[in-house]
Design a binder for this molecule. Sequence first.
Ligand SMILES: [Ca+2]
Ligand SMILES: [Ca+2]
Length: 190
Amino acid sequence: MMKKLLMICAILIGVAGLASAAPTTLITFDEFPLGTVIDTEYVPLGVAFIAATYNQPVISMNGAMPTQPILRPDGGPSTYRGDFWIQFITPASEVQFDSGYWDGLGTGVINVYGPYMNPIASLTNTTTGVNVTSISGMGPVGYIYFNSVGDPAGADIDNLGFSPIPAPGAVVLGAIGVGLIGWLRRRRTL
Ligand SMILES: [Ca+2]
Ligand SMILES: [Ca+2]
């Protein structure tokens, strides 16, 4: 009975521990053929892409991006100039992605929002070329707005990594496991 209980506790703590791991999902945009218009294709992996001012983004090549294929905006003033939304189906605790190729500094708009569209951060590209955006410790991320219209030849994104925040159920179960061990310790049965 006690052994069984301890095993259950260990499993529950293990589930809770997953919350603090490095980005658990990575999208590289070679999951679908070139030219695929992306909206709900990545929902099973945890993200949707939503048109903003122009069209839905498209999987394309960009010889200036070392890990092409990439996801580029579509329908804007020129091939890589445009905007779109990234929606995290389950809010994410950490988000990381590459964007580029940036010809100018600070020419991009990368706005970060919480699950209820509450603004969290207004970021931009801090380098020319390939810019790495890392978001962590800002609370749950629900949406990101990406806009490359201000860059001379625009920019696209690649290598989108993120960690969905575990459902409250898993966190509660983990907490119950930790509480149970404490209780057993206090009773000196552990
Ligand atoms: Ca890629
Ligand atoms: Ca550019």
